[in-house]
Design a protein around this ligand. Structure first.
Ligand code: HEC
Length: 641
């Protein structure tokens, strides 16, 4: 094998492991055929290499020894707070350098020469930085475009509401106008293969995060930048805005929550919300009752790929922060007690449990009852307990659990199961997270139903007072890459449930599309009765990493449901009939505001933001068997049409 090939192989293996973890988190299938994995390795490597320069051979690169000597002891995944190495490998090279030069690692790097720091960053990112130039800054706004005027940001989307419905007073868009939506401008995120931070819109500005950690404030009309702020790691949560305080909140990949001044992008505070080396923030924080609720998830399932790793110690949690200061007021773990030694694997590695039950979704704040609702994912190790794949109602003032309801019993799973190693728990569970935010939906007689969806493909209506299951409806086949992923939406008492059901995760012979399937399903929030279903057409035509299903969160306005599909099509559905009334292919070549040609890819994670007659969406999800892409797309009604 040539040195170059070896470099590619080694890099791809580590990407593969990172990838498996997210699959576990939000997809992931222990029964994936090996050929599929092989393809993904090659593809992921290509994507990564094209992002920053030429591949280096990590085995022989001098950065390897430098990292081992100076950094690995803390970053080996066993020291609290220090992000595990796999996370550092996913950072942008200039962000790693910045943390050593003048960031939080400057003390640990003070004795290293500039060339040695460079070598460490090269080793971690597996790319030569010899010709590396940081991306050009976005076009700056000037004059009137610098103003923050016009309608203030509304409490919609995940911006501290309880469903994903946008009223017409906010959307400024009628059902009739949707057919005339045209692309107004587009932006290409630099150094990115995915774009998954849900934007917020207000004061004629779009606020959005990105993979290299940059948060942007773009002029809604023209796409020039009013300011940018650089967090050190990927921002994949949505951005939420407190319109009164003029503050933005979001979380990063390394488990920090941030507050910025919305008008100038200045950092007001940042708080590390969890000490675990694998902790991360995926779901969008929620504001309500004077607190900021931050959901905490992790990729520790990945660490179990090493049979000598004592799995596992992470526990999912919600932290409530003071929005003024970032101080943590309370923190409630899904699993109340820290894990203890439960046994040993056949190769003598300790089994620590119970663990896992991460919180992937945006918490839902219930102002009427002063509560917060979240769902959890699977246990990472034995014993499986009552806290995995469950919904929790927490008291918003204290974090105390009011009730909890579990949907799948015995779901303990980690990447060891995918690798067939001794760390796979004896339960070898199906990995059926509740990863979409619970919705509070008004129904008859002045009541409210708590509606949730699971990766199992089943949606449920719960009695909001005590968590009892009122109805359940199977809408998808489900599985680790199936069922409900990121978010449902509502109009009145109708719930629109996106189903992903990736094609490699089920046996086509038993998949009955007259009963369920990938696409959008409309159900009654009172009874779960099916009102219509639109099974997604397969327009992939054999295209690699293309899938028809809907993984991204859906967003609605009166009469219309917007959904981004894994095939890269952004569609609007008639809420009454389920007919598709508008489609845009985000994978086409698109000219962006910088003049650069870029394209989107699979659409996953957060959904569309809609305000002031504009529909704003990200496209591209270059990981976990999906198509890469890096665009922000802004649509508005073409009045001439
Ligand atoms: C003494 C333990 C220790 C050593 C040695 C150490 N780190 Fe860290 N590192 C940490 C901790 C703890 C954090 C998280 C700090 C936080 O988020 O507050 C961290 C964070 C980081 C981050 C994330 C930075 C950011 O801005 O978010 C990077 C990158 C990093 N370390 C790289 C390195 C490199 C490269 C070396 C070797 C030159 C190194 N570290 C040595 C403990 C260590």
């Amino acid at each position: 094998m040539t040195g170059e090939n070896r470099a590619l192989r080694t890099r791809s293996l580590s990407i593969l492991i990172g990838l498996s973890a997210l699959l576990a988190a939000c997809g992931g299938d222990q029964t994936d055929p090996p050929s599929h994995l092989e393809e993904t390795r090659v593809k992921s490597t290509d994507e990564f290499v094209s992002r920053a320069g030429n591949a280096i051979d990590p085995a022989t690169h001098p950065g390897n020894a430098l990292f081992a000597e100076n950094c690995a002891a803390c970053h080996n995944g066993r020291v609290p707070k220090a992000p595990a190495t796999v996370w550092l490998e996913m950072m942008a090279p200039d962000a790693i350098l910045a943390s050593m030069n003048d960031g939080i690692m400057s003390a640990q790097s003070a004795h290293l020469q500039p060339s040695e720091r460079m070598q460490i960053a090269e080793y971690l990112t597996r790319t030569s930085l010899e010709d590396y130039k940081p991306p050009a800054p976005p076009q700056q706004c000037a004059g009137d475009a610098m103003q923050f005027e016009g309608a203030a940001p509304a409490k919609v989307g995940w911006g501290h509401d309880t469903t994903r419905f946008i009223p017409e007073t906010v959307s400024g868009l009628s059902k009739e106008q949707v057919a005339n939506l045209k692309l107004k401008w587009a932006f290409a995120f630099p150094s990115a293969v995915r774009a998954r931070s849900q934007p917020a819109i207000g004061w004629n500005t779009i606020f959005v995060g990105s993979q290299d950690g940059t948060v942007y404030a773009f002029d809604l009309e023209t796409g020039c930048a009013k300011w940018t702020y650089r967090a050190s790691a990927e921002v994949r949560t949505g951005i939420i805005v407190d319109a009164e305080e003029k503050r933005l909140y979001f979380g990063d990949f390394l488990g920090r929550a941030y507050a910025l001044d919305a008008i100038n992008g200045r950092e007001l505070w940042r708080t590390k919300v969890d000490d675990h080396p694998n902790a991360t923030i995926t779901g969008t924080p929620t504001l309500g009752g004077g607190r900021l609720y931050v959901p905490i998830s992790s990729l520790e399932v990945t660490s179990a790929a090493d049979p000598t790793y004592a799995c596992c110690t992470f526990r999912g949690a919600v932290a409530a922060l003071n929005p003024e200061t970032g101080a943590i007021e309370w923190k409630t773990h899904t699993i109340p007690e820290p894990p203890t030694k439960f046994g040993e694997t056949s190769v003598g590695t300790a089994i620590l449990g119970p663990s896992g039950a991460p919180v992937w979704s945006a918490p839902t704040y219930d102002a009427k009852r002063n509560r917060v609702y979240v769902g959890s994912g699977e246990n990472y190790s034995s014993p499986a307990d009552e806290n995995s794949d469950a919904v929790f109602a927490l008291d918003a003032a204290t974090g105390v659990k009011v009730w909890q309801t579990q949907f799948t019993v015995g779901d303990a799973w980690n990447v060891g199961c995918m690798m067939g190693n001794e760390n796979c728990p004896e339960e070898n569970g199906p990995d059926l997270d509740l990863s979409a935010a619970p919705l509070i939906v008004p129904v008859a007689d002045n009541r409210e139903m708590l509606v949730i969806g699971q990766k199992s493909g089943v949606a449920y209506g719960l009695n909001i007072d005590n968590g009892d299951i009122v109805w359940e409806r199977r809408l998808g086949h489900g599985g680790t890459q199936g069922g409900v992923h990121f978010g449902m939406t509502t109009i009145g008492d109708k719930v629109f449930v996106p189903i992903v059901d990736m094609q490699n995760t089920y046996d086509a012979r038993v998949y009955d599309t007259s009963q369920y399937g990938a696409g959008i399903h409309a159900v009654s929030a009172s009874t779960g009765d099916i009102l219509w279903r639109h099974i997604a057409d397969n327009v992939c035509d054999g295209r690699q990493f293309c899938d028809p299903g809907v993984s991204a969160a859906a967003t609605s306005i009166p009469g219309v449901v917007f959904a981004g599909h894994l095939d890269g099509r952004f569609r609007a559905y008639d809420a009454e009939t389920g007919d598709a009334i508008w489609t845009f292919d985000t994978t086409q070549q698109i000219e962006t505001v910088s003049g650069e040609i870029a394209s989107g890819g699979s659409m996953s994670g957060p959904g569309a933001a809609i305000a002031d007659g504009h529909v704003v969406i990200n496209s591209g999800y270059g990981l976990y068997y999906h198509m890469p892409g890096n665009v922000l797309l802004v649509f508005a009604v073409d009045e001439r049409a």
